[in-house]
Design a protein around this ligand. Structure first.
Ligand code: 5GP
Length: 187
């Protein structure tokens, strides 16, 4: 199968959401939708933002190997539904925007997946961006910095690291990766 499963990770504030959105809009790449057991927030739509499912259903899916990866955040389950992604892969490239642990879990169960880390031009630059938002306490910023350092420390296990200096350039670099990967794959 020539369609690619792309996993995009990177520290918070790096702009990966915008990059992913552009790839979806420009290149017709399908975005995966996660399952979660948390309640929908105002304005969230089932089947668009998440598939909102019960804990029982989630746990039965875990038992039936229904997730490419899953995790627990703030007492709720979140996971990437295997069948949904595999169905989409039949007709298009699929992109997952998940954290480093999730990305590595997917790679284990789906080794053809391509791990792409979106990284800031420099650690200081990202710190400036986080601080520049001006919406968070210093404590929160420090915990984000710790998390950021952890995510960036995993660069070496990713297949590609793409610097997000200028958004459109970053998108172009990912497009080049896609072309290159398609040329070299014959499965
Ligand atoms: P929120 O409840 O704010 O939408 O998301 C909470 C956290 O869950 C975020 O850190 C988000 O990245 C993570 N998350 C969302 N979907 C998935 C998923 O499919 N798998 C994993 N491992 N984490 C997810």
């Amino acid at each position: 199968m020539k369609n690619l499963l792309l996993i995009v990770s990177g520290p918070s504030g790096v702009g990966k959401g915008t990059v992913v959105k552009k790839l979806v809009e420009k290149d017709g790449i399908e975005l995966s939708i996660s399952c979660t057991t948390r309640a929908p927030r105002k304005g969230e739509v089932d089947g668009k933002h998440y598939f909102f499912i019960t804990k029982e259903k989630f746990e039965s899916m875990i038992e039936n190997n229904g997730f490419l990866e899953y995790d627990n955040h703030f007492d709720n389950y979140y996971g990437t539904p295997r069948e949904f992604v595999e169905e989409k892969l039949k007709t298009a490239d699929v992109i997952l925007e998940i954290d480093v642990e999730g990305g590595l879990q997917v790679k284990k169960s789906y080794p053809q997946a391509i791990l792409i880390m979106v990284a800031p031009p420099s650690r200081d630059e990202l710190l400036k961006r986080l601080r520049g938002r001006g919406t968070e306490s210093e404590d929160k910023i420090l915990s984000r910095v710790k998390r950021m350092d952890y995510e960036l420390s995993k660069e070496a296990v990713y297949d590609y690291v793409v610097i997000n200096d200028v958004i459109d350039k970053c998108v172009e670099r990912i497009e080049e990766i896609i072309v290159k990967e398609k040329e070299t794959r014959h499965d």
